[in-house]
Design a binder for this molecule. Structure first.
Ligand code: ACO
Ligand code: KIV
Ligand code: MG
Length: 654
């Protein structure tokens, strides 16, 4: 909009006044900007009242009971506003049913709300007969706009209206306490507090305190609900209003300051947090921010924000997905996927560099936590890039932390493979595997879900019967060259020894035995591939790794003889082996890698022995199996080694 144009007079912003400044004394230094939350407030869930009154279809009492039981009491709220009993018989009856059916734990206070109208107060208090602990939430709007428009009342008339109502509440509750022993508290709500003249609110508060102070209850503190009924100003203004009220009310120690923010400007959470720093003791709100218009403040977000600052909210969100489901069902509302903490996508990264940082963060954190476990020193603190809070604390796993899209990179796919299959694939192989994932994603034009990524891995590296791998490993027999030579205990084979490998494998499903001889089993197998099948390859990077309790994984990079491996690793060919035995794992990996370079007209040569190792580049020299041994278990024994491959398509079906 061009404000200098003649149309400027139609600028809609000219209709509005800015919020008035709070009248702190000259030079006053506000406390709230320098405070930090160190304790949890008390919580009041008003899902069954403020939340309910805003629903297209208010809950029936069956649904209300479900929410009361499964969401509210499981989370651990000790104060729950359950109804507006004077609104309708069903509301009244809901309160009765909770009390009569012993639904209310002894340490939970039932709160009901009533307007400051004599006829409705009586009916409301009657609903609580026989309750153990009850809170009467009495409200009337006090701001100039509401005094003028709704009540057509002066300030004095507003005070009278309020005090008459407080007197009536006091009389009726004292009577009920004498009859049934109910412990009552008063929660007086300055409806529209945040738009009220601060000094008038203080004056009214002092009069309420005086009136209620004569009541005879164990705890005669008054809860003052300083409602931001409509959020009309920024959060700093609300914090100022709360701090001013706390500074000026008489007998601050006799008041519980309750915060009741709505979310019209989208800043209810910020307003709550600042108001707590300004002196608030208690927060009233709804799960997932249900409530009038843009909602009440979301108690889950405020509580979890505290939690991630190292302050326990004393509420249980360890099964947040279940809470979300229950609330959504009871309110007949769906939740945006980006909703803080509870949305379906908030613990998911699609972007490649985020995924890389998350994977590195989790890997490092696992190691840091192992040190704490092993030494008992330090704390297991959470520090994972892009993930401010441990999703496992809320009942989510890590399986959705990373999802693959066209914006993802190699680390994301590698993370999924590690989470699902347990393989921590080497960096060069990640590059190659990422190519596979991209091709599959382009081919299917679908999101590469964790299942599709892991299927792509199993398919590409020959672990699926359907993967179309031409070579499959069968059994391996490894023989020392002569009865006098041996594979030593630690798995190394002295360079002068030659070993023979006799391998049964499957070529296009048909069994075939090949045989080779060299200084190492892998060299012998490579010779067998060449001599019997005409497959000529050079071996590049080899990585050994422990997988789970039993498994030893081998990753082998190969190139067709004479071809130089790509620098980035993008086009390189890999094979993966998995066995409890290191040598078998390595042999499997080589067969699976070779499967990708089988000539179409694979030559079925007659078995032919090669008696001397060649010294061509890429020729695998004897393997030091000590890494495998270190990783888990001894990989060899003296004499003949004979291994039958496990059935990989079964062991890797996830
Ligand atoms: C900010 C909040 O969330 S406040 C809670 C709002 N929740 C609800 O209103 C849900 C339940 N409400 C209801 O079912 C009905 O409004 C009832 C049963 C309480 C009252 O119904 P009615 O008697 O028909 O009155 P109505 O709903 O029109 O309310 C307006 C009247 O109440 C008065 N009033 C409004 N709020 C209050 C209050 N807090 N204290 C005293 N009087 C009030 C108004 O001035 C008006 O009076 P008037 O008719 O003399 O002008
Ligand atoms: C009536 C009070 C408690 C209220 O809901 C509000 O002011 O928002
Ligand atoms: Mg409200």
């Amino acid at each position: 909009m061009n404000l200098s144009s003649p149309a400027a007079s139609s600028d809609p912003s000219t209709k509005y006044d800015p919020y008035p400044l709070v009248p702190f004394p000259e030079g006053y230094v506000r406390r709230w900007p320098t405070q930090r939350a160190t304790v949890s407030p008390t919580w009041l869930s008003t899902d069954l009242r403020d939340g309910n009154q805003a629903l297209i279809n208010p809950m029936n009492n069956v649904t209300k009971l479900e929410l009361f039981r499964s969401a509210l009491s499981l989370i651990g709220f000790k104060e729950i506003e359950v109804a507006y009993p004077s609104a309708a018989d069903t509301e009244f009856n809901f309160v009765r049913s909770l009390i009569e059916n012993n639904e209310v734990p002894d340490d939970v206070s039932l709160q009901i709300i009533t307007p400051a109208r004599a006829d409705l107060i009586e009916r409301s208090i009657a609903s609580l007969a026989g309750a153990k602990k009850a809170i009467i939430h009495l409200y009337n709007a006090v701001s100039p706009l509401f005094r003028e428009v709704v009540f057509r009342n002066s300030k004095e008339q507003t005070i009278d209206l309020t005090l008459n109502a407080v007197k009536l509440v006091k009389k009726l509750t004292e009577k009920e306490t004498a009859r049934s022993g109910t412990h009552f508290r008063l929660n007086y709500c300055f409806e529209t507090f945040s738009q009220t003249e601060p000094d008038f609110a203080v004056e009214l508060g002092n009069r309420v305190l005086e009136e209620w102070g004569k009541a005879r209850f164990d705890d005669d503190r008054v809860t003052f609900n300083l409602a931001a009924t409509v959020e009309c100003a920024p959060s700093n203004h609300y914090a100022d209003m709360v701090e001013y009220f706390c500074n000026n009310i008489n007998q601050r120690e006799k008041c519980i300051i309750s915060i009741h923010p709505h979310n019209d400007r989208g800043t209810a959470v910020a307003a709550t947090e600042l108001a707590l720093l300004a002196g608030g003791d208690r927060v009233e709100g709804c799960l997932l921010g249900n409530g009038e218009r843009t909602g009440n403040v979301d108690l889950i977000t405020v509580a979890l924000n505290l939690y991630s600052q190292g302050v326990s909210p004393n509420l249980d969100f360890s099964d947040l997905p279940e809470i979300v489901k229950t609330v959504a069902r009871c309110n007949e509302m769906s939740l945006p996927q980006r909703y803080p903490y509870s949305g379906a996508l908030v613990f998911t990264a699609f972007a490649g560099t985020h995924q890389d940082a998350i994977k590195k963060g989790l890997d490092l954190q696992r190691k840091r936590w192992e040190v704490v476990d092993n030494t008992g020193a330090g704390r297991k603190t959470w520090a994972v890039p892009y993930i401010p809070l441990d999703p496992k604390d809320l009942g989510y796993g890590y399986e959705n932390l990373i999802r693959v899209s066209s914006q993802s990179g190699k680390a994301g796919a590698a993370y999924i493979i590690k989470e699902i299959l347990g393989f921590d694939i080497p960096r060069r192989m990640q590059v190659a595997f990422y190519n596979v994932v991209q091709q599959e994603s382009e081919r299917s034009s679908r999101e590469m879900t964790a299942k599709l990524v892991s299927d792509a891995f199993r398919g590409a590296y020959g672990f699926l019967p359907t993967s179309g791998a031409r070579l499959r490993p069968g059994t391996f027999e490894i023989r020392p060259a002569s009865p006098t030579s041996a594979i030593s205990d630690d798995g190394t084979i002295t360079p002068t020894d030659l070993v023979t490998v006799i391998a049964e494998l499957f070529i296009d499903g048909k069994s075939r035995t090949i045989q080779g001889r060299c200084k190492s089993p892998i060299g012998a197998l490579r010779d067998a591939l060449y001599a019997d099948l005409g497959i000529e390859l050079d071996v590049g990077e080899r990585v050994f790794q422990k997988v789970g309790d039993e498994g030893l994984a081998t990753y082998i990079e190969v190139t067709p003889r004479g071809k130089t491996p790509s620098k980035s690793g993008a086009g390189s060919i890999w094979g993966v082996g998995l066995s409890a035995n290191g040598m078998e794992s390595e042999c499997q990996a080589l067969i699976r890698a070779a499967s990708n370079i089988v000539p179409t007209d694979v030559v079925f040569r007659r078995p032919k022995m090669i008696f001397a190792p060649r010294s061509t580049p890429g020729y695998p020299m004897p393997t030091d199996y000590s890494s495998h041994i270190r990783a888990g278990r001894a990989a060899s024994q003296h004499g003949v080694q004979s291994f039958r491959s496990s059935t990989p398509e079964i062991s890797l079906q996830g």
